[in-house]
Design a protein around this ligand. Sequence first.
Ligand code: C5P
Length: 229
Amino acid sequence: MELCVALDLPSAQENLALAESLKEHNIWMKVGFRAYIRDGKAFIDALKKINPKFKIFLDLKLYDIPNTMADAAEEIAKLGVDMFNIHASAGKVAMQTVMERLSSYENRPLVLAVTALTSFDEENFTLIYEKGINEKAEQFAKMSYENGLDGVVCSTFESRAIKEATSNSFLTLCPAIRPFGEDAGDQKRVATLEVAQVEGVNFPVIGRPIYKSENPLEKLEAILNIIAD
Ligand code: C5P
């Protein structure tokens, strides 16, 4: 497992101070809407300056017509980030167009597709997608696998079934991890780190349990100790 820390703090200074405090560990840093819209490429460059071995996951969840998504994917590749994501519901043609456009990049970023947002409960998910979360997440994952993506964003509870339906090497990145049973906040389907390990999660994403803790470095190291076991 490779830990991914969500940088969701209210200012660039706070996010960079958090990154600075964690810099001795070569972890993944997740840059989401808030940070990227506000702080842009300069923020990614600043993270790489703090620790060139930080890996960057740009979590912008692209969803548009295929050509517009491919244009955006290409710009993302030029930023030098290591991973980004699209919405699986953008469909098969969007997936193919994005992957085709990135094929000329030697070190292209990993591309994941979002299946079901972990903030959905069954009732609200079904209102939109007309199927249950498990069934739809698996269907989205198969489509992503068949169209050349590297993995999916899903909940811990779908990770195993998705790997069984695709391949063990198909990556799962799972938010809503509460390593030691911390407050779930707005997340509905939360899991501990041990469960994530058992379910074969490749990238557990952890935000609030780290950045809201009294001592983020201590918390990070406690988490890394469990991952290393
Ligand atoms: O603070 P917390 O650990 O809940 O943070 C989870 C992070 O993962 C947030 O940045 C959130 O936007 C992101 N995320 C999510 N569910 C998804 C995709 C991304 O919670 N399906």
